[in-house]
Design a protein around this ligand. Structure first.
Ligand code: PLP
Length: 496
């Protein structure tokens, strides 16, 4: 029974035994995750899991369950989940299972502390500050000066950027609300992540005031369209405030031309944010960082180590060029938490800069991985993932039964393509073919999940019917896994 565990009297022995058994379950899971003969997932519909499978009961119990049952619950939870570290899991931008990162997360949970004050998280707070500085240096801000925070994900980091932009130009909104500002508009690419629009809604701008910018055929913002839309907004009497440039878009992996966008932002005095949630990691690669040229001119940057850099979820940074603005925007100076008369330098109490109160320790696993790999290790990982996606691109670009969604070598690891089953290959383009093709990727994906062999994402985009979006961020993937994915798509899709 769990009441035998610490802090119960004589609880050391049962606690050690229990934790060792948990470790056994976890390490078995880790080993199997890297074994290609293990399935990526054992798919069940929600109603099946809710009804209970082979004794796995999700219902909460009134009475305590035995520790044996708790261990079974741990095993079952992993059994019916998805192995996102499996070498053939390509479904999400965040994937992989980094052993050092895992150890870091375990240590973090063991320490079970809160990032809001130096008082209770002295080591983690300093690690966060040093790591953010290093990231700012990589962005190219002089001496790594500036500000930042780890937040609960890229969407929230993007929201921070909109908040601080508004604070910079209209600080009185903090106290008086939106009535203290004119009608403000935000600009972002039609290919950008939906979190910019969501920030517009959540922060009281309204989604109608988030203006979508046109892109070229590769999904990159057309700077002239930005300028035209700024002028149009001004003419209507609105006040342009903020531009988001995406470095690595979610579906196409496109990098907006940051320098050209920065020129326009300077000309019209607008806040420039770079959403590098997905592409920020490329700053670590000497070979690929040129894709973010101009990022040093941004006012703020989102960068998610939990995507391209394989850090366990969650780990996302909002980085800001101007020091102090995060605190200015968000601080409420709650006297019961951020007492100004503590015995240490209270500028290390960073919690009031955040919109949260309590904040999870996201830094430690990242810091530990950086120590273990070095910057060189991250660079190798990123270069390898980009090489693998190029391998995939080269393999399918002229292969029978494939059509690329856009021409040319992808900028990031995103490879977007249609698989055309033999039954559609001779069919002339038109509504019928489009409707049929739209159904191909979801059908293949469903069969993939039922057989549990691999996972890859699909979506429509604009007027383009459903296509596969392959991404590589998983350090365990090799060319053979890419080959496997293609074989599997063909095996499952051949007769559609
Ligand atoms: C470009 C981009 N920005 C922001 C996000 C949101 O990041 P998160 O899922 O960490 O909130 C994503 C997620 O895929 C993304 O691709």
């Amino acid at each position: 029974m769990s009441f035998n565990l610490l802090p119960a009297k004589n609880g050391e022995e049962p606690t050690m035994q229990f934790l060792l058994e948990v470790v056994d379950i976890l390490t078995n899971y880790v080993k199997k995750t890297f074994d290609r003969s293990t399935k990526v997932l054992d798919f069940h519909h929600p109603h099946q899991l809710l009804e209970g499978i082979e004794g796995f009961n999700l219902e909460l119990s009134d009475q305590p369950e035995s520790l044996e049952q708790i261990l079974v619950d741990c095993r079952d939870t992993l059994k019916y989940g998805v192995r996102t570290g499996h070498p053939r899991f390509f479904n999400q931008l965040s994937s992989g299972l980094d052993i050092i990162g895992l150890a870091g997360e375990w240590l973090t949970s063991t320490a079970n502390t809160n990032m809001f004050t130096y008082e209770i998280a002295p080591v983690f707070v300093l690690m966060e500050q040093l790591t953010l500085k290093k990231m700012r240096e990589m962005i190219g801000w002089p001496n790594g000066e500036g500000d930042g925070l780890f937040s609960p994900g890229g969407a929230i980091s993007n929201m921070y950027s909109v908040m601080i932009a508004r604070y910079k130009y209209f600080p009185e909104v903090k106290t008086k609300g939106m009535s203290a500002a004119p009608r403000l508009v935000l600009f972002t690419s039609e290919h950008s992540h939906y979190s910019i629009k969501k920030a517009g809604a959540a922060l009281g701008f309204g989604t109608d005031n988030v203006i979508l910018l046109s892109t070229d055929e590769r999904g990159r913002v057309i700077p002239a369209d930005l300028e035209a839309k700024i002028l149009d907004a001004k003419q209507k009497g609105y006040v342009p405030l903020f531009v988001n440039a995406t470095a690595g878009s979610t579906v196409y992996g496109a990098f907006d031309p940051i320098s050209e966008i920065a020129d326009i932002c300077e000309k019209y005095n607008l806040w420039l944010h770079v959403d590098g949630a997905w592409g920020g990691g490329l700053l670590m690669s000497r070979k690929h960082r040129h894709k973010l040229n101009g990022i040093e001119r941004a006012n703020s940057v989102t960068w998610n180590p939990h995507k391209m850099m394989g850090v366990p979820l969650q780990c996302s940074a909002i980085l800001v060029r101007e020091k102090g603005i995060l605190a200015g925007c968000n601080s409420m100076c709650a006297g019961y938490l951020f007492q100004p008369d503590k015995q240490y330098d209270v500028t290390y109490d960073t919690g009031d800069k955040a919109i949260q109160c309590g904040r999870h320790v996201d830094i430690f696993k990242f810091w530990l991985m950086w120590k273990a790999k070095g910057t060189a290790g991250f660079e190798q990982h990123i270069d390898k993932c980009l090489d693998l996606s190029q391998y995939l691109y080269n393999k399918i670009k002229n292969r029978e039964g494939y059509e690329m969604v856009f021409d040319g070598v992808p900028q990031h690891t995103n490879v977007c393509f249609w698989y055309i089953p033999p039954s559609l290959r001779g069919m002339p383009d038109g509504d019928e073919r489009r409707e049929k093709l739209h159904r191909v990727a979801p059908k293949i994906k469903a069969m993939m999940m039922e057989s549990g062999t691999t996972m890859v994402g699909y979506q429509p985009q604009g007027n383009k019917v459903n296509f596969f979006r392959m991404v590589v961020s998983n350090p365990s993937a090799t060319q053979s896994d890419i080959d496997f994915l293609i074989d599997e798509i063909e095996r499952l899709g051949h007769d559609l």
